[in-house]
Design a protein around this ligand. Structure first.
Ligand SMILES: [Zn+2]
Length: 70
């Protein structure tokens, strides 16, 4: 994660769900204001169940897809 530095919004590369640190993921026990880097390792994308390692900063999402050839 650290290679991207600090970002407020992180997007799932599988389903494009966006994690917003201001909103957290209250439904799954993550308080609003929780930095992405502080999410528990077992946290999963609420939409598709992908792990944290499938997330990239939201502004890098299209670049990531381009690199993957999607
Ligand atoms: Zn997802």
């Amino acid at each position: 994660m650290t290679e991207y530095g600090y970002h407020k919004r992180w997007a799932c590369t599988v389903c494009s769900y966006a994690y917003d640190e201001d909103l957290g993921d209250v439904e799954h026990g993550v308080n609003a204001g929780t930095p992405f880097s502080d999410l528990p390792e077992k946290w999963r994308c609420p939409w598709c169940g992908a792990g944290k390692d499938k997330f990239v900063p939201e502004d890098s999402l299209y670049e990531h897809w381009k690199k993957e050839g999607k």
